[in-house]
Design a protein around this ligand. Structure first.
Ligand code: NAP
Length: 292
């Protein structure tokens, strides 16, 4: 295997250790611990696992998690009322609405009830608009984690973290991952190509990429022929195979023969998504001090 492994678990640990120190400095000024409200609707097992892990890691950083569980048959009005209440609670710094919501609930309208300054997932359209303008705002967690991982990959290769002028290809154009990560790579002055299910000659386009981000949700779709020698590959995909194994969108063993650095699945983007959520929460709390 030629590629260096970009260890998201380790990077997440280092990031969270730095956050813990920041929280210790912040707490006396704030008069309390930063608080993250996590709203879970229904009983989806995967969502329950994510929420539990977010709360556990928040606590480790000194952030107070508040878990709010609502029944799957909650109405849009009730859900939105809860989010409005949390938004106007001055002791709550960050609000995360765990997605996806159970079928029938209006996700977009619910997200809009989260005050943009507490929208630590960066999914309120106001924060998305600010991202498009290149203005400061909470950046969405998975894309923000991807950028950190690309920079970590550069460091592993003995290169600087300036991504200016690099060719970046993003596979997938979802609102959650593909589009924001493309905009964030653009903010880093990369030349960005955004691909999707209608794109032609995907492997050829990907082979041009110094930085390749795969977010399609198709197990091991990207073989070695999609990878440019010497590139950095970030695999966002999480796919469970019939035999129970978790794999990414990239065929890891093939890609690792060609790339210079690559994230594993699991242990790559996933842990960094949580670290970025906690980072956004601490920034939301810190901004209250800055305003006084
Ligand atoms: P999504 O909303 O389903 O979007 C998938 C995107 O991939 C779409 O833009 C789609 O194109 C494109 N696509 C699908 N098949 C393709 C193909 N054969 N060729 C080219 N493009 C194709 O998924 P998502 O929410 O972005 O998530 C993507 C993956 O990342 C999933 O595996 C998800 O579980 C994972 N994920 C991981 C994290 C984490 O923290 N690690 C966070 C979020 C998501 P069209 O737009 O043309 O349909």
């Amino acid at each position: 295997m030629a590629a260096k492994i970009i260890n998201g678990k380790e990077l997440s640990k280092t990031t969270r250790a730095a956050l813990k120190t920041r929280v210790q400095e912040l707490e006396p000024k704030l008069g309390r611990a930063p608080k993250l409200a996590v709203v879970l609707v229904g009983e989806d097992p995967a969502s329950q696992v994510y929420v539990a892990s977010k709360s556990k890691l928040a606590k480790k950083c000194g952030i107070e998690p508040v878990d709010i569980k609502l029944d799957a048959d909650v109405s849009d009005e009730e859900l939105q009322e809860k989010l409005t209440e949390l938004s106007s609670d001055p002791t709550v710094d960050g609000i995360l609405l765990q997605l996806p919501l159970p079928k029938g609930l209006d996700e977009y309208s619910a997200l809009l009830k989260i005050s943009p300054d507490k929208d630590v997932d960066g999914l309120h359209h106001s924060n998305q608009g600010l991202l498009m303008r290149g203005a400061p705002a909470h950046r969405p967690c998975t894309p923000k984690g991807c950028i950190e991982l690309v920079k970590e990959g550069r460091k592993l290769l003995g290169l600087d973290t300036n991504l200016s002028g690099l060719s970046a290809v993003v596979l997938g154009r979802s609102v959650l991952v593909g589009k924001p990560v493309a905009l964030m790579l653009l903010e880093e002055n990369c030349t960005v190509t955004l691909c999707h299910s209608r794109s032609k000659d995907l492997a050829k386009i990907c082979r041009e990429a110094d930085v390749l981000v795969a977010a399609v949700g198709r197990p091991e779709m990207l073989g070695g022929d999609y990878i440019k020698p010497g590139s950095i590959v970030i695999d966002v995909g999480i796919n469970r195979l019939d035999d129970g194994r978790l794999v990414g969108d990239v065929n890891f063993s093939e890609a690792a023969e060609v790339a210079a650095a690559i994230t594993p699945v699991p242990g790559g983007v996933g842990p960094m998504t949580i670290a970025m959520l906690l980072s956004n929460t601490v920034s939301a709390a810190a901004s209250k001090i800055d305003q006084t």
